[in-house]
Ligand binder design. Structure first.
Ligand SMILES: *[C@@H]1O[C@H](CO)[C@@H](O)[C@H](O)[C@H]1NC(C)=O
Ligand SMILES: *[C@@H]1O[C@H](CO)[C@@H](O)[C@H](O)[C@H]1NC(C)=O
Length: 328
């Protein structure tokens, strides 16, 4: 066998490795191709797909999929893959595994990487029986879809309610705007649950505010309006038209002839098969914006649906009558 190996030097070298390799465990073999990110061998990384842009910052909210594996296991002991949308997780809070937190901060938008975590960066010498045995090295596959820098919002949330009320309104409004951009961002990525949570959190901050005077009350009210509309649309996407209608109506309480609010209420009623109410809302919206394509399209759809329903009823009637005739 050795003679064969001598003939092909490359294979020879490989085969020599091979001999030692066969004595290595799968994780040890993996580790050989990985980058030692801390310089102490505690966390090793292999980039599967490069990301782009700056690194995930400390305290960011990251939308991420990850799965954790033990050595020799085909199935992960932990995975976010079961959920339809990637999780939005906050570093330093939702990400409880120290090594995973550090790992995430070496990643960029869109990146997919593997990390091998030594026990002290994972579950320690004690492990987490019965799932994680003592002293286990674990492998994480991590995919970062996106992240948002949330330090400003965090600072605000760290304040007590009283303190929140003492900060200038402009500061509250800027926090709320950040929440909105988070929400819009999640919405845009179709993470409607996360978007809804963001908008709701912003609404809560606005509702908690005790206005110092009438002018401030008006400004808070004005600031709430877009969130109510955002929430209405988000609930439509979540297929919860009843909630969508509620928020649309709340928006109308602030701004009774708001076209968007009328349209959202119309959409919600349409989804709930309440065609008459939908018609009312939509014609009011149309009166204010006669050339809006969305409004006109939905009105057309409504008319179409309405006729279909009529036809169905007619059809049922004629069937009933023919049945009656038959019985005679
Ligand atoms: C939504 O995403 C698209 C592309 O993915 C982008 O062009 C657009 O600006 C985004 N909108 C918002 C509000 O983030
Ligand atoms: C939320 O409201 C803002 C301001 O009206 C708007 O620009 C944004 O497109 C809305 N996003 C959603 C998802 O409704």
């Amino acid at each position: 066998m050795c003679t064969v190996l001598f003939i092909i030097p490359f294979v020879f070298r490989c085969r020599v490795c091979g001999r030692t390799l066969t004595q290595r465990t799968p994780f040890q073999r993996l580790a050989r191709h990985m980058q030692d990110i801390l310089g102490n061998g505690g966390i090793r990384k292999e980039v599967v797909r490069e990301g782009e842009g700056p690194l995930v910052p400390r305290d960011a909210s990251v939308s991420v999929h990850f799965s954790g594996f033990l050595e020799y296991a085909d199935q992960p002991f932990e995975s976010t893959r079961g959920s339809k949308f990637p999780k939005m997780m906050k570093l330093g809070k939702d990400v409880t595994l120290w090594g995973l937190d550090i790992s995430l901060r070496t990643m960029r938008r869109g990146e997919f990487s593997r990390f091998l975590l030594q026990p002290r960066y994972a579950y320690g010498e004690l492990g987490c029986p019965p799932i994680i045995p003592p002293g286990a090295t674990v492998l994480y596959e991590v995919q970062v879809f996106d992240y948002l820098d949330s330090a400003k919002v965090d600072e605000f949330f760290a304040l007590s309610l009283e303190e929140q009320n003492l900060v200038p309104l402009s500061k509250l409004l800027s926090v709320v705007e950040t929440e909105r951009s988070f929400g819009n961002h999640c919405f845009n990525k179709s993470y409607y649950e996360d978007a809804k949570d963001r908008y709701k959190q912003a609404m809560m901050l606005l509702r908690n505010r005790e206005p110092a005077d009438e002018e401030e009350r008006k400004r808070v009210e004005e600031a709430s309006l877009p969130f109510l509309l955002n929430l209405s649309l988000t609930y439509l996407r979540l297929e919860k038209p009843r909630k969508a209608l509620q928020f649309g109506q709340s928006a109308l309480e602030i701004s009774p002839r708001n076209t968007k609010a009328l349209f959202r209420c119309g959409q919600a009623c349409f989804e709930m098969n309440d065609y008459e109410k939908a018609q009312d809302y939509l014609t009011m919206a149309q009166a204010r914006k006669p050339f809006d394509t969305d409004i006109n399209n939905l009105l057309r759809k409504l008319a179409h649906r309405y006729n279909e329903e009529l036809d169905k009823e007619k059809h049922m009637c004629s069937k009933m009558f023919s049945a009656l005739k038959f019985e005679k």
